[in-house]
Design a protein. Sequence first.
Length: 403
Amino acid sequence: MASYFCPCPRGMEAALAEELGEIAQHSTTLKVHNQVPGGVHCSGSMQDAYRVNLHSRIASRVLMRMGQRSYNNENDVYDLVLEQPWEDWFGVDHTIRVDVTAVKSPLKSLEFTTLKIKDAICDRFRDQFNKRPTVNTREPDMRIVGFVDQRNVIIYLDTSGEALFKRGWREETGDAPLRENLAAGMLRVAGWKPGVPLFDPMCGSGTILVEAAQMVQGIAPGARRRFAFEKFAGFEREAWAAMKAEIKPNALPLEPTIFGSDISGDMIEMTRHNLKIAGIVFDVPLKQIEAQHVSPPTTEPGIVLTNPPYGERIGVRGDSTMAPDDMAVSFYSALGTTLKQRFAGWTVFLFTADLSLPKLLRLKEARKTPFFNGALECRLFRFDMVAGFNRREGAKPPVPAPE
């Protein structure tokens, strides 16, 4: 059994722990332990690492713990790394990359610490084989990750390789694409399940729609890509093939339940292309229309989930003669009116870095969940569209749209 750490976007830890719990139901050895800021600890067999890499939509990586101890200086870190049996996992002909993350560490230079970890791995190989692995920071075979806090250092071997949000389908993106694992985490936090109507009225390159459609179709997020563990010594090829063969596609929906729209025809075409590359074979209706003019795509209420533009990106969506601030006020005021007038019974989730969004929409949020998009602090605002009860105190009632 090994100890694993699955990092994720900050704010998604509870959603990831819930997802890992569901994955663990298909294993007798995978155990989910505690959540910490930025990820979830778990333990299990090497095959459990395969399973999490294959099925987790929210984790960024699956890191296997090699060693841990308290430290006083960089030499203690070097000694810990030198003791680890790296040769049991990979050979001198594999390329390596080392990354270090620190929280309140007294070490003065992370670059120097990174160098000491690399030196320790190379020295161990040189002592045994008179050769050492070479460094490749762009496309390494093996990634080694160090984590240091005030007292302890933990050394991990990355089982994933490229970050797990890289599903293997994305060829084209818009200006500010949402990461796939962030989209998947938002779908879970929003309580969306396959079969519930889902509408993204500002779909961009379609990340939210692709994630949801793959869930509907039963496509595992890692089914179309390669992983670092496939290069490990002792890789269980037959077990991995059997695990992938266990994936059974779901029955295709008879009626569309996932819908998207965007002001940009180019984005609509990009979304259509991305859905195709991602293997989606059922109909996801897409429409070119401004978000403030949309209507519900189904008579049955569902979930609106979108990542609206902010700042200069609103400029592509309207009158270019208006200042960005005025444009945002005008755009969101009109969008809020549309949601109030047309989307009674729907639950609306807007993911944004603009914390003034509820005020701009003239809506009172039912909940706001903090998430980080990289280093950018964001909120997932939830609005329950109950007819007649959504307006903020003192807000003017919307003017009915002309017939």
